[in-house]
Design a protein around this ligand. Structure first.
Ligand SMILES: NC(=O)c1ccc[n+]([C@@H]2O[C@H](COP(=O)([O-])OP(=O)(O)OC[C@H]3O[C@@H](n4cnc5c(N)ncnc54)[C@H](O)[C@@H]3O)[C@@H](O)[C@H]2O)c1
Length: 342
């Protein structure tokens, strides 16, 4: 997401100096370096866990914090140190860097800050190809539009979700007490070309790639029929929002906003399979496993009413368009991507 945002912003503002700061931990992230260089985005190799690494950076006007260990399974079967040191201590280092230069701070947070135990209380209906939200719900913050920012926060949410929520809390403190200008975007599933999709993160890319290269997939949990639902958002739609926020910080300053495709731009796995079949022309075997995996949830839809009312922003790219864009990117860069993603 970080490199895609940098490239989009450079295109929108050719005279701006943009710096991408990354430790290249994510396999495949190095493929972005020639693209960034060609577009005139500077690259600094650094690690947000090390505050000394920020010394190599000049004063800046704004920071988009998009570096993370982004897997919801991170730390569950291995040590949580990298996750916590990056997603929490790393955020603090980024905040201190922002504070030093009075830079605006835009944070990519996640829908995963909402607790699993509360999401499990949501009333669902089972339709032909997906779960749907029922009109009657047990508490506030949830409606047929999706989860809103006042959804209950008490409970457990994954170590990943917890590190992001703790970061959100610190950002709010820096906003209030240090007068840092901040915006928190709580994103549903983000995707698009150049996302290095893998089994535990980047499901849309994974699904399209497996169809393109004719490899098997699996429906895990919730009866094993692939009815679990997520909203999805094209990274270019996210770039439109971040660009607006940078230019109208007064409108979003100090705000926490749910950002996602909502019901209109959402898919169940079954529906994603059908789209992938249409776009790639391939049908692949899909196994079925009835039992849920740790941290799985049946449905997440962002109720993005607040961000829409504040900014007028609405995503423009449909689910089908997202799948088509990802497919084209995989086809056009097959030699480079197949060894990584297949
Ligand atoms: N992709 C999604 O569906 C999604 C959804 C909601 C929120 N988010 C958030 O969006 C942001 C971007 O996610 P993404 O999907 O682009 O993930 P990604 O893994 O593709 O990108 C994260 C980048 O951070 C870098 N990184 C990791 N540890 C680092 C460290 N210690 N120092 C410096 N760089 C480091 C990685 O090399 C990688 O390039 C994350 O904050 C994530 O929590 C993503």
């Amino acid at each position: 997401m970080g490199s895609a945002l940098a490239l989009q912003l450079k295109q929108m503002h050719p005279d701006c100096r943009l710096i991408a700061f990354d430790n290249l931990k994510r396999r495949g992230s190095e493929l972005n370096l020639p693209r960034l260089r060609a577009a005139g985005v500077e690259f600094v190799h650094g690690d947000i866990r090390n505050k000394e690494d920020f010394d190599a950076l000049p004063p800046v006007e704004a920071i988009i914090e998009a570096s993370a260990e982004p897997s919801v399974l991170a730390g569950l079967t291995s040590a949580p140190d990298y996750l916590i040191n990056t997603n929490l201590s790393g955020t603090v280092n980024c905040l201190n860097y922002a504070r030093r230069h009075d830079a605006a701070f835009i944070f990519l947070s996640t829908s995963r800050i909402y607790p699993i135990n509360q999401i499990e209380q949501i009333h669902l209906l089972e339709a032909d190809t997906r779960f749907e939200l029922s009109a009657e719900q047990p508490f506030g913050g949830i409606s047929p539009r999706g989860l809103a920012e006042d959804f209950p926060l008490e409970g457990y949410r994954s170590l990943y979700g917890a590190t992001k929520l703790c970061s959100e809390y610190l950002i709010q403190e820096y906003h209030h007490f240090y007068k840092l200008r901040t915006a928190i975007n709580r994103c549903g599933v983000l995707t698009g070309p150049w996302q290095m999709g893998k089994v535990d993160q980047g499901v849309v890319v994974l699904w399209v790639a497996r169809h393109l290269w004719q490899q098997p997939l699996g429906y895990f949990g919730f009866g094993g029929t692939g009815k679990q639902v997520r909203d999805i958002l094209h990274v270019d739609d996210l770039a439109d929002l971040v660009n607006f926020q940078l230019q109208h910080l007064d409108l979003v300053n100090g705000k926490t906003l749910n950002v996602g495709g909502g019901r209109d731009i959402s898919v169940s796995l079954q529906e994603l399979t059908a789209m992938c079949q249409r776009v790639t022309g391939h049908v692949v075997p899909i196994t079925s496993q009835v039992e849920n995996r740790q941290t799985d949830i049946a449905l997440y839809l962002s109720d993005a009413t607040r961000v829409r009312e504040l900014t007028g922003w609405q995503p423009k790219r449909s689910a089908e368009q997202i799948v088509t864009d990802v497919y084209r990117w995989l086809r056009e860069n097959e030699a480079q991507l197949k060894p990584l993603l297949a």
